[in-house]
Write a protein that binds this ligand. Structure first.
Ligand SMILES: Nc1ncnc2c1ncn2[C@@H]1O[C@H](COP(=O)(O)OP(=O)(O)O)[C@@H](O)[C@H]1O
Ligand SMILES: [Mg+2]
Length: 255
């Protein structure tokens, strides 16, 4: 049985998708059979994971509403051990409402995670911001969860909320472990970044904050814009190396 790793945060724009995409790519590069699933209706994985040109863009939402078969939504990437299920078509408000409703009323997502786990060594799930129905359903079917925390002052205000929510879910899913808070977009030249790091390391238990931090780098932002994980596009970049190092720690925990 493989492991399901969810990437979850209260806020958007904190590096969730970047973390999901790069960890998935780093696991695949280690030769672990990996599936990355995007259940965030915003569908950003599509832009960052390195799909072939002219690939289809349907995905999870189209499977959820019965319009596509599972085999049609599992797409190959540039990496042999990495496959991806994109978010699929959730174009407008009406689609969104149906999406939420189907997640709440069916077992499609739960069953998909179970199936994925039976076929892959690692399943990485990118989630929408917050602890809504979609993210809760993911966490109920996960073994591990990572919470990216952007190194900027506002990030601190939303973190206690998400941690409480995750602790609640951890207490109802005995498989689930909060692996840790991952400090992202750390800027060594910014005093504000350092203040956030100091605050987090002082106020949260050491075992729930990863020592590894993801630096903010130009290569990381450029890779996303170029449609590739930075661990693939610029392996020597410090952000890429941080993700690879994190994947080493996680792979050890998962084996
Ligand atoms: N380490 C990093 N260095 C530079 N830019 C980053 C880094 N991590 C994320 N970004 C950029 O920040 C923005 C938000 O990141 P994203 O992963 O999409 O966040 P989320 O999924 O939480 O909304 C994106 O434009 C992304 O390219
Ligand atoms: Mg995202």
């Amino acid at each position: 049985m493989g492991r399901v790793l969810a990437v979850v945060s209260q806020k958007g724009g904190v590096g969730k998708t970047t973390t999901a995409v790069n960890l998935a790519a780093a696991f695949a590069r280690r030769g672990l059979k990996t599936l990355l699933i995007d259940v965030d209706p915003q569908g950003s994985v599509r832009y960052g994971v390195g799909l072939q040109r002219g690939h289809p863009t349907f995905g999870f939402a189209d499977y959820l509403n019965g319009e596509r078969q599972l085999r049609e939504i599992i797409l190959p990437t540039a990496l042999p051990w990495l496959r991806v299920i994109l978010a699929g078509s959730v174009a407008d408000e009406a689609d969104h409402a149906i999406y939420q409703q189907l997640i709440g009323e069916t077992d499609v997502l739960k069953d998909l995670l179970e199936m994925a786990q039976s076929r892959c060594e690692i399943v990485v799930v990118d989630t929408p911001p917050g602890l809504g129905n979609v993210t809760r359903t993911v966490l109920r079917g996960s073994d591990h969860v990572i919470v990216p925390l952007q190194c900027e002052p506002l990030a601190l205000q939303t973190t206690p909320q998400i941690l409480r929510g995750i602790q609640d879910i951890v207490s109802t899913n005995e498989r689930l472990a909060l692996d840790g808070i991952l400090l992202t977009m750390y800027d060594p030249d910014s005093g504000a970044s350092d203040r956030v790091v100091d605050y987090v390391r002082k106020h949260l238990p050491a075992n729930i904050v990863f020592d590894i931090m993801i630096p903010r780098t130009i290569a990381a932002a450029d890779a996303f814009a170029a449609g590739l994980p930075v661990v693939v596009r610029t392996p020597a970049d410090p952000a890429a190396q941080a993700y690879v190092n994190l994947s080493t720690i996680l792979a050890e925990r998962m084996s």
